[in-house]
Design a protein around this ligand. Structure first.
Ligand code: OOG
Ligand code: MG
Length: 265
């Protein structure tokens, strides 16, 4: 996989994504103008965005796997998982009112989050390596917000857009992985008291630790590794659900407790 974009084009696309995010305005997917864009190009734009935000004082706290469940792949029309980065500015507390101001068309996802206690690096990182390096897991809600019109994109564009990352909330009860069967763990997502979606965590590549291993191996391709103390979201277990100001969302996880949030304008 090769980078085909020039350094100038990478900077240009990075600024375009950053501008859409800052203004809360959707833009056309990037492959409209750059039809030859590769997955490596998408990651080059994402890496430029990460370096830019870090230079502005944002702190990298971890990573997110995306499009790791069939439900998500079907919903988005993409069949290959991807990764994105997470910063301190994206974190929100559980049981809180979260403002949707500045977001374009937010959706929520329920995910298992991993917190690591040992460094992980690829290539060849396995789910067993991930479980050995995990301090604890916790339930999480990710609020995604594609910067692309109509929430429509292809893999190259969504990677450049940092996997639609916007906000995330960790909560519930942190648990050791050795005390759980992560594959059969069930989750129910409710919006305004109505059940919207449910599934077992095996929906994520058979086991959520597989998604983290995949993420570590992609990081290797980017010249990066996963340091101890990272927070990693393993990907939406069900399809994503659209939310608006006034909505209340509860993600109820077997053995891990619930994460609840409400949204304001
Ligand atoms: C891409 C991000 C997907 C997940 O958990 O699958 C994602 C998108 O659907 O906008 O975060
Ligand atoms: Mg997600």
């Amino acid at each position: 996989m090769t980078i085909t974009l020039s350094p100038e084009d990478i900077t240009r696309l990075c600024e375009r994504v950053e501008g859409a995010q800052a203004r809360g305005h959707a833009i056309p997917k990037l492959t409209g103008e750059y039809p030859g864009m590769t997955i490596a190009d998408g990651y080059a734009v994402q890496s430029a965005l990460r370096k830019r935000l870090i230079a502005q004082g944002h702190r990298l706290i971890g990573w997110k796997a995306g499009l790791t469940s069939r439900a998500k792949m079907r919903q988005m029309g993409v069949d290959v998982p991807s990764i994105g980065f997470l910063t301190d500015r994206m974190a929100r507390p559980e049981n809180s009112a979260i403002s949707l101001a500045g977001l374009i068309h937010p959706r929520v996802e329920c995910e298992i989050a991993f917190v690591t206690e040992r460094d992980l690096s690829g290539p060849g990182c396995t789910a067993a390596d991930v479980l050995n390096a995990t301090d604890y897991v916790l339930p999480a809600i990710e609020i995604i917000d594609s910067r692309f019109s109509g929430f429509k994109f292809d893999l190259e564009s969504v990677i450049a857009d940092n996997g639609s990352a916007a906000l995330f909330v960790g909560g519930g009860r942190p648990r050791r992985v050795t005390d759980l069967d992560l594959a059969t763990l069930g989750v129910v997502m409710e919006k305004n008291g109505e059940m919207e979606a449910f599934a077992a965590a095996a929906a994520v590549l058979g086991h959520p630790a597989e998604a983290v291993a995949m993420l570590v191996n992609i990081l290797h391709g980017l010249g990066e590794s996963l340091p101890a103390g990272s927070f990693v979201m393993s990907g939406g277990i069900t399809e994503a659900i659209a939310v608006a100001p006034g909505d209340h969302v509860a993600a109820r996880f077997q053995d891990l407790g619930s994460v609840s949030i409400r949204f304001t304008a």
